[in-house]
Design a protein around this ligand. Structure first.
Ligand code: WQD
Length: 338
């Protein structure tokens, strides 16, 4: 039995992971409430892999629906993406984040216990580190006071998982993403922010496509080489593959403990201005931008120490930041018909 539940599987990282799972021979069932995804992603996944996954549309905050799903579906493991994920929105509406991101996890874990589901992959974030004391960041770096309710829910969720793995037979792996960017080479799936993009790369591609007048660079007076913030931009296809490898680690009982954590990044930092220059080079398009004030909550620099993921998980990135930017542009051009 190799049926895997992917919650939030019609979202950006979720859909790329569903493709990777199907290409590895897994049967996938998706739960998504479509609050931040379009149902046509299901058919786009089918176009890429030739298999349209089973899809159940409901909200994981409704405990009775979670219970009904598991009474009707036997799964070998869960990859849990479904969550609210916008840092800025979480500052304005913290209770939405605490209710959604915590209740959903608790109801899923209660179902795991009741239905003897032992394998759980959690979508976490480098946000849990806050402003790091040293770089690159290892998994042993201290989890700092979160700068947003979104980041706090990721920290709380990891604690819930750790406690549950200690008290029950659950085995879990938390994957701390750095900055996912790019799109599948088919340009059938990619990042599709609803409304004004909060993240850098979709704002860049929408500006290049003429949907936005110019990019605002949130500050160039940081203590970095060119003054703009540094991040670790990882191709979403590399990120998706890491989920399959982590799931197989649990299914094959190769995990070293019942709760493991891995940083998923390239190990290289790029500044905002470097990303802009790389995008212009890759696309041969001039990107209009202006320098504005810093964005509250931004950390100066964050990029991963990938030693543990490389040596223990046996995964490393294969694609470059430039390939990710080119694929992001290919996706934007396809959906805008430019
Ligand atoms: C990157 C850099 C901005 C937009 C967040 C979450 C993280 C994950 C990814 C969910 C920063 C600058 C951005 C713009 C800009 N989310 N920027 N102009 O904040 O590093 O990470 O999103 O999983 O958990 O914390 O990503 O893309 O928003 O910003 O100058 O219009 O680009 O200041 O330095 P971030 P981001």
């Amino acid at each position: 039995m190799n049926k895997i539940l992917v919650t939030g599987g019609l979202g950006y990282i979720g859909s790329h992971t569903v493709v990777a799972l199907q290409q590895e021979g897994f049967e996938v069932v998706i739960i998504d409430d479509l609050s931040n995804a379009n149902e046509d992603v299901l058919y786009r996944i089918g176009k890429i892999t030739g298999i349209t996954p089973q899809f159940e549309k409901f909200d994981l905050r409704v405990k009775s629906l979670v219970e009904r799903f598991f009474s009707e579906n036997k799964v070998a493991g869960i990859i849990h993406f479904a969550a609210s994920k916008a840092v800025g929105e979480s500052m304005e509406n913290p209770l939405l984040y605490y209710e959604n991101n915590i209740h959903s996890l608790v109801y899923l874990l209660q179902a795991c216990e009741k239905h003897a589901i032992r394998n759980f992959i959690f979508s976490s974030s480098c946000t849990v580190y806050g402003e790091p004391d040293s770089l690159p960041i290892t998994e042993e770096a201290p989890v700092k006071q979160a700068v947003s309710p979104y980041g706090n829910t990721k920290q709380i969720n990891e604690e819930i998982l750790n406690d549950t793995c200690r008290a029950t037979k659950l085995q879990a792996i938390s994957l701390r993403y750095f900055n996912p960017i790019g799109a599948h080479e088919s340009a059938e799936i990619g990042e599709l922010p609803i409304g004004t993009p909060q993240n850098l790369v979709p704002f860049i591609t929408q500006t290049a496509a003429g949907l936005r007048k110019e990019l605002s660079v949130f500050g160039d007076d940081y203590p970095t080489p060119d003054g703009s913030c540094i991040r670790d931009y990882i191709h979403v296809v590399d990120l998706a593959k890491a989920h399959v490898i982590a799931l197989q680690r649990l299914l094959n009982k190769k995990n070293a403990s019942n709760f493991e954590i891995f940083n998923l990044g390239t190990g290289r930092g790029s500044s905002v201005l470097e990303i802009i220059k790389a995008f212009e080079k890759v696309t041969s398009k001039k990107l209009p931008y202006k320098i504005v004030d810093r964005r509250p909550g931004d950390v100066i620099a964050v990029y991963a120490d990938t030693t543990k993921a490389n040596s223990v998980l046996g995964w490393k990135t294969e694609k470059t930041m430039e390939e990710a930017l080119a694929s992001a542009w290919g996706w934007e051009k396809k959906i805008r018909g430019v």
